[in-house]
Write a protein that binds this ligand. Structure first.
Ligand SMILES: Nc1ncnc2c1ncn2[C@@H]1O[C@H](COP(=O)(O)OP(=O)(O)OP(=O)(O)O)[C@@H](O)[C@H]1O
Length: 300
């Protein structure tokens, strides 16, 4: 095995030096090396050595600084516990059991898109799929639709009650949408984030724009679209919740709203009959955001 390693390291044709490149003639051991003004003379001297010499030079340097304080037993002669103790003693400290990565910050996910695109349908499924998400309940002055539940789908309040909430600065943002007020109460966001929940907010495009100004890059903005304008209109007609006049306003508005996609971080297509795929994509976005090295840090 050692011979194999030695042979492969000493064979220049096996090597690539992706960060350096100079003509082959200048460096026979590393065909892609280019010496630039950023490199020091010592770099060239080091790189002009055959690769196996470089490898063993750096290995012996490491060996000097990390000389075992007590001998390391042979792998096939010692138990795992003995080996761990020997490594710890050699390195001078015990192996930590604490997680290497800190807990990711709670995430704020803003989901938006034109009327009828499927925001509620998607959030309904996401709610079933993920337990550590809190779906912000929006306060609205619009009348309840059949099947909606107060406190679950929306907080249904009168216009006067809504305006009192605005006066008390209890809303993160609010807007007048198709003649009705809609707004996001701050209190529940703070409480759930303090308990480690991720927050999902469902807002119209106007609301998303306002939230972007308030939250900046501290939240994730997802734009939901249908696969085509025609499919979106069909979905709205099939829903049968608006009059023909109200439908026309929503359709005309949707045409303009699609242009705002550039202000979002992600776009998710909710194609006909493919709601589950759209939900999965949103879940993947959340997972990816949780794995980011530079975490978003929302403060409400
Ligand atoms: N992928 C899909 N395929 C077919 N129908 C869908 C899909 N997604 C949602 N729908 C249906 O489209 C209609 C509109 O969806 P929904 O009410 O969730 O939209 P919305 O974006 O929340 O609308 P609004 O902003 O007007 O409240 C609903 O009848 C819903 O069941």
């Amino acid at each position: 095995m050692f011979r194999q390693l030695y042979t492969s390291l000493s064979r220049p044709s096996n090597l690539s030096c992706p960060i350096f490149s100079i003509p082959k003639s200048r460096n026979p051991t590393c065909p892609n090396f280019h010496f630039s003004k950023h490199h020091k003379k010592s770099d060239l001297k080091f790189l002009s050595q055959p690769t196996h010499q470089r490898f063993f030079a750096s290995y012996s340097k490491m060996a000097d600084t990390q000389k075992p304080k007590s001998p390391i037993p042979l792998l096939d002669k010692a138990s795992k516990a003995e080996l761990l103790r020997a490594f710890e003693s050699s390195l001078g400290s015990a192996f930590a059991t604490t997680p290497i990565c800190p807990q990711p910050n709670p995430l704020i996910v803003v989901i938006s898109g034109p009327s009828g695109v499927g925001k509620d349908a998607l959030i309904g499924k996401l709610r079933e799929a993920r337990k550590n998400l809190h779906f912000v309940v929006t306060a609205t002055s619009r009348p309840m639709r059949p099947g909606e539940i107060d406190g679950k789908d929306y907080y249904f309040v009168s216009k006067d009650e809504f305006l009192s909430m605005v006066e008390r600065n209890e809303l993160l943002e609010y807007a007048l949408v198709y003649g009705d007020y809609k707004g996001i109460p701050k209190k529940q966001i703070r409480e759930y984030m303090a308990n480690g929940y991720d927050i999902v907010m469902r807002v119209d495009i106007q609301g998303a724009q306002t939230l972007r100004k308030i939250l900046g890059k501290s939240a994730v903005f997802i734009f939901l679209v249908a696969e085509s304008e025609l499919k979106l209109v069909e979905r709205l007609i099939d829903r049968k919740t608006e009059s023909a006049d109200a439908l026309l306003v929503r359709i005309a508005t949707a045409r303009e709203e699609v242009k705002h996609v550039k202000n979002f971080d992600y776009v998710v297509v909710n194609a006909e009959g493919m709601l589950d795929d759209a939900v999965k994509l949103v879940e993947s976005i959340i997972e990816a955001e949780k794995a980011k090295v530079q975490q978003r840090n929302p403060v409400i």
